[in-house]
Design a protein around this ligand. Structure first.
Ligand SMILES: *Cc1c(COP(=O)(O)O)cnc(C)c1O
Length: 391
């Protein structure tokens, strides 16, 4: 009999299976569902990017295998973007590698660095790929709790030093999915010191760096003093340019780690379709008009959620960045029981927080990826179905 390997067997159970079953059942019954669970922008890719793609797709030079580390022109565009946006200098030839979406690189970095049973430091709650990549590569995750009282930042002093000594990689992610927290440069500098003293490669996931509220400009990890000595940053066109389906991202920073990741990838994939890379170059050139508009839309939706939560008697701190609202469930509920109740009574989907880790229990996540009108409708329905008193 064929049997999947140990790493596959070690993958954590898929905690969204039950809610997905409930969604399928509700859909079958013809319920009009408002899905506030989707981490995927609803708005289209801006036209100036599509136009560039349309042009590039007719050039037969783009029909062949791309280089697995990315067109130099693409890596130069990323370097220029870093300089303008973050004041960070990067050598496009040696300090940047293209990725088939940042998820790809986040999953693969563990394969390039872990030996069996090596440890990665992984945030909890967190984007599941950090832990899953670790497990698939044969390693083990040590979970760093992200608690509200600490601004959803890991407390580095709480990591036992025997664990820290054994750790190979540390994943961090700000603006944070799912909590909406933003980290300061000061925090990143502490991470650099920690990584230096324990010889750890920091992997900062900056997928939401361009999506923040109230005028906040989230810093890059690479702005921290000495960051390039110890870390790399993952970013992607997916969220800022509504390009999740296009599959293009990058890793940038520490030269050795970029070389290792590029060499790993050159053995298993053949890079990003060049037409997509040219479209990404166009996207990164003058992004601010589009991004200002996008932030405005998300901020309006965030404010609508805040108002809706007030209306049903739930309290939550609004996110500083990302497009998620992280909300404590009312007393008497678990993450799962609350999500199920809202789905059954109001036809509204939220994501139960325990799907992001043990420390996500007691929260649910609302994604700002539906229109303001639908957000308002969702809260009206919840209010009508459950009212305020039950909470
Ligand atoms: C969406 C997301 C990504 C990026 O995905 P791509 O593979 O670049 O589309 C990375 N990290 C987090 C935390 C995300 O939510």
């Amino acid at each position: 009999m064929l049997r999947e390997n140990q790493a596959m067997q070690n993958l954590p159970p898929y905690l969204f299976a039950r809610i997905e079953q409930k969604i399928a059942e509700a859909k079958e019954k013809g319920v009009d569902i408002i899905n506030l669970g989707i981490g995927d922008p609803d708005l289209p890719t801006p036209k100036y990017i599509i136009d560039k793609m349309a042009e590039a797709i007719y050039d037969s030079a783009n029909h062949q295998y791309p280089s697995s580390v990315g067109l130099l022109e693409y890596r130069k565009a990323v370097a220029e973007w870093y300089k303008k946006r973050h004041g960070v200098d990067l050598d496009p030839k040696t300090e940047i590698v293209s990725l088939i979406g940042s998820k790809e690189g986040i999953a693969h970095i563990s394969f390039a660095y872990l030996d069996k049973d090596d440890i990665n430091l992984v945030p909890d709650p967190g984007y599941p790929v950090y832990n899953i990549g670790t497990i698939l590569a044969g390693g083990k995750s040590y979970f760093m709790p992200l608690k509200e009282e600490n601004g959803f930042l890991p407390v580095l002093e709480d990591i036992p030093s025997d664990i820290a000594r054994k750790a190979k990689l540390m994943f961090i992610n700000y603006p944070n999915n799912p909590t909406g927290a933003v980290a300061s440069l000061d925090f990143f500098e502490k991470v650099v010191e920690f990584a230096k003293s324990f010889d750890i490669l920091v992997c900062h996931d900056a997928a939401y760096s361009e999506i923040a509220f109230d005028g906040i400009k989230p810093p890059s990890f690479l702005e921290a003093k000495g960051a390039k000595d110890v870390g790399i940053e993952f970013n992607s066109l997916s969220k800022p340019f509504n390009m999740t389906g296009w599959r293009i991202g990058w890793a940038a920073g520490n030269r050795e780690a970029i070389e290792v990741l590029g060499r790993f990838k050159s053995n298993i994939d053949s890079g990003v379709f060049q037409a997509v890379q040219y479209a990404a170059v166009e996207a990164l050139k003058e992004p601010e008009d589009h991004l200002n508009q996008l932030r405005k839309v998300y901020q309006e939706r965030r404010d609508a959620v805040l108002e809706g939560l007030n209306k049903i008697g739930l309290k939550a701190n609004p996110p500083k960045g990302s497009f998620y609202f992280w909300v404590p469930v009312p007393d008497g509920f678990t993450s799962a029981s609350f999500a199920e109740m809202i789905l059954e009574k109001a036809g509204v989907i939220v994501t139960p927080g325990n799907g992001y880790g043990e420390y996500g229990e007691g929260y649910f996540r609302i994604a700002l990826t539906v229109s303001k009108e639908r957000i308002c409708e969702a809260f009206e329905r919840i209010e009508k179905a459950v009212g305020k008193v039950e909470f």
